[in-house]
Design a protein around this ligand. Structure first.
Ligand code: FES
Length: 178
């Protein structure tokens, strides 16, 4: 039992529900370490970010080091440590999109939202980021929202319309639609 002078343990970042969902993943994988990515996605889905404390808690659950969780996280560059906006929007700047004005459209979106790439609008609605090829070059210059919507080929008016649409909120999931 902790004595009255013992330092208080920091509060857990992951709820019991998230912890249980991570543990429920384990039988699907040959090794616990293989569940790092799905665990990161679960945490991102719940917290809209993966702070250091959550990384440590994932590591504890998977019996690996926090550095191993961080390695997976930083390799993909998909898991921010600070909370994101309600919708995350990527505008592509790779070759096919760049040749068709992707960089200029990113700049236009930044001006319209009054933020820089990687930042979130003050109302918390949109986090705007650049992306390398999104795999939708047929739609170049293209953008992707983290609820699965894709937009393109875009021009400045298309970016304005996309941002107005996205500001209205996330696309309903199948479960919500039915
Ligand atoms: S280069 Fe932009 S989607 Fe492929």
């Amino acid at each position: 039992m902790a004595s009255p002078t013992s330092p208080k343990a920091p509060a857990a970042v992951l709820t019991e529900g998230i912890r249980q969902r991570i543990l429920d993943l384990l039988p699907r994988y040959p090794r616990k370490q293989a569940a790092v990515l799905p665990a990161l996605h679960l945490v991102l889905e719940h917290l809209r970010c993966v702070p250091y404390a959550a990384m440590a808690e994932i590591a504890e659950l998977l019996e690996i080091t926090p550095a191993e969780v961080h390695d997976a996280m930083s390799f993909y560059g998909f898991f921010p440590q600070a909370p994101m906006g309600e919708c995350r929007v990527w505008i592509c700047r790779s070759l096919s999109c760049a040749l068709r004005g992707g960089d200029e459209l990113l700049e236009h979106a930044c001006q319209k939202l009054r933020i820089e790439p990687g930042q979130t609008t003050p109302d918390g609605k949109i986090t705007l980021e650049f992306a390398e090829c999104l795999g939708i070059c047929d739609f170049a210059p293209a953008a992707l929202v983290d609820d699965g919507r894709i937009f393109g080929p875009l021009d400045e008016a298309g970016v304005d319309a996309m941002l107005d649409t996205v500001k209205q909120g996330r696309k309903p999931t199948q479960a919500q639609v039915s």
